[in-house]
Structures are given as C-alpha cells and as structure tokens.
Write a new protein. Structure first.
Length: 78
C-alpha cells in the first residue's frame, strides 16, 4: 500500500460540496479543510499494485468543483 496526500483547490464556493462528494466515494483515509492556497487535504491509501496516477484520475478527478490538485507521494515512515 502507498500513502499519498492530495491537496485540492476547489472552485470558489464549492469546498463543502467537493468534500461531501469525496466522502461519498469512500476512498479517503482522512480529509481535512485547510487554509492557504488549497482548500482540502486528502490522505489516500493506494492499494498495492495500483498505478497512483490512474487511481487518482479514476477515483478523484471526476469530482465536480476540483480546480487543481497537488499530489505528494510518501516514502518510508520513520
């Protein structure tokens, strides 16, 4: 399994709707509202053997209201 963090910028006024749609997909480990350049921080646990880019494209980026994302792939935990 691979842990990935995705920062999400939403179309203005849609943050709560975007968060609700993501929660309904049941793909998140954690989902936080954030301040700054991005509106949401999503923690995903990608199943072993899944292509990370395809997984995110297929399971997340079809959510209406997502304007931009920034994905951070994690490595070994300390």
């Amino acid at each position: 399994m691979q842990t990935v963090f995705v920062q999400i910028r939403c179309t203005p006024g849609t943050t709560y709707d975007v968060a609700f749609r993501i929660v309904l997909k049941e793909i998140h480990a954690d989902l936080f509202s954030t301040s700054g350049e991005y509106d949401l921080l999503l923690k995903l646990i990608i199943p072993e053997g899944e292509d990370i880019g395809r997984y995110i494209n297929h399971h997340l980026l079809d959510v209406d209201g997502i304007e931009r994302t920034l994905t951070t792939i994690t490595f070994k935990a300390f």
